[in-house]
Design a binder for this molecule. Structure first.
Ligand code: DAH
Length: 342
């Protein structure tokens, strides 16, 4: 009796295993057969009623059935897992021949790019980079730069005043006084940053950028020749080794003597084009030997120390380097323009 039941159970369970399709089916069968009240567990309890001499034989058969079912379950489980893996591999397949989507890359705006480039060059020449406030006192913007109230040269810079004493800085030269008050000479600094003037046309914007340079050394170590050679190096590193540089006498209240610096147009190499308005040269910057009055105003002994300074427009530099005809493009935030600048 028990033997028949065992055989029937084996046939029945093996056919259920053959029909199983998922891991859950397999687990359900396992519980149904080997669980506490599973078929085989219950049948095994029937051993109690088997005559002692029959027991080894029946025990061996129970074992055979158990092994057969376990083997079938393991084989089925491997089969199901293999099928699952195959279908996962199939659905997650990556087609490496598909065209890439492309990554949108951002880029720096041309003005900060010029600032970075110039600061790199200047740091290489031994300068430290400093910053100063854009909302500045009349004192540092003008008075400390030897430009007292009612001085005619204030007309050179049409200024935005916040009140009598506060102005949006018209020039990065305003950092000169601040730095001279706190630094002990000798020192070399450059200050890039935003500047403001009431001016607006194709080459002027009410907000624009300048870079100021200031070198203070013991008297006999600084001359106009040093300034000229420093600016020559700077311009050649910025615009290329074949750039020609021209120095012209000029006037600024904070330098004496004062010069202006022109470079050969990098677009036409001096032949004349629309960028240089046919002249072959571009006006670039103002510079000079620091007026002793400026040193004294900031507490530096003008008998012991001398300095040179230079200041130039960065928007103009960026326009020249990128052949841009109108300064307004820098401030319009037009994505099409900015993308071209990548
Ligand atoms: N601050 C002047 C301007 O904005 C430029 C300048 C000229 C700066 C001569 C200097 C300098 O340091 O020495 O027009």
């Amino acid at each position: 009796m028990l033997l028949d039941e065992l055989k029937d159970t084996q046939v029945q369970v093996l056919s259920e295993i053959a029909a199983a399709a998922t891991n859950k089916d397999i687990n359900d069968i396992r519980v149904k057969v080997f669980g506490k009240s599973g078929v085989l567990t219950t049948l095994s309890r029937g051993m109690r009623d088997v005559a002692p001499e029959e027991r080894p034989k029946v025990g061996a058969i129970i074992n055979e059935v158990k092994v057969a079912i376990e083997e079938a379950l393991s084989a089925k489980q491997a089969e199901v897992e293999n099928a699952e893996l195959l279908s996962k591999l199939e659905s997650e397949k990556v087609d490496i021949t598909e065209p890439a989507q492309g990554v949108e890359k951002g880029a720096l705006h041309p003005i900060p790019r010029v600032i970075d480039k110039l600061c790199d060059i200047c740091v290489g020449l031994g300068f430290s980079v400093v910053e100063g406030p854009e909302v500045e006192s009349d004192y540092y913007n003008f008075e400390a730069m030897n430009t007292p109230k009612n001085h005619p040269s204030r007309d050179m810079q049409d200024s935005f005043f916040v009140n009598e004493e506060i102005v949006l800085r018209t020039q990065t030269s305003a950092v000169q006084g601040r730095e001279m008050e706190v630094r002990k000479p000798p020192f070399k600094i450059v200050c890039p940053g935003k500047t403001y003037r009431n001016d607006s046309d194709a080459t002027h914007s009410p907000v624009f950028h300048q870079l100021e340079g200031l070198v203070i050394e013991e008297g006999d170590k600084v001359s106009l020749a040093d300034l000229k050679s420093m600016l020559t190096i700077l311009m050649k590193r910025l615009y290329g080794e074949d750039t020609e540089i021209r120095f012209r006498p000029s006037f600024f209240p904070f330098t004496e003597p004062s010069i202006e610096v022109d470079v050969s147009c990098p677009t036409c190499h001096g032949k004349g084009c629309s960028l240089c308005k046919g002249t072959g040269m571009l006006e670039l910057l103002g510079a000079g030997i620091v007026n002793p009055k400026v040193l004294e105003l900031s507490g530096i002994d003008s008998k012991k120390y001398r300095g040179f300074a230079f200041g130039f427009g960065l928007d103009r530099t960026a326009m020249i380097l990128n052949s841009i005809g109108n300064i307004k493009y820098f401030y319009k935030n037009d994505k099409r323009f900015l993308e071209q600048m990548k």
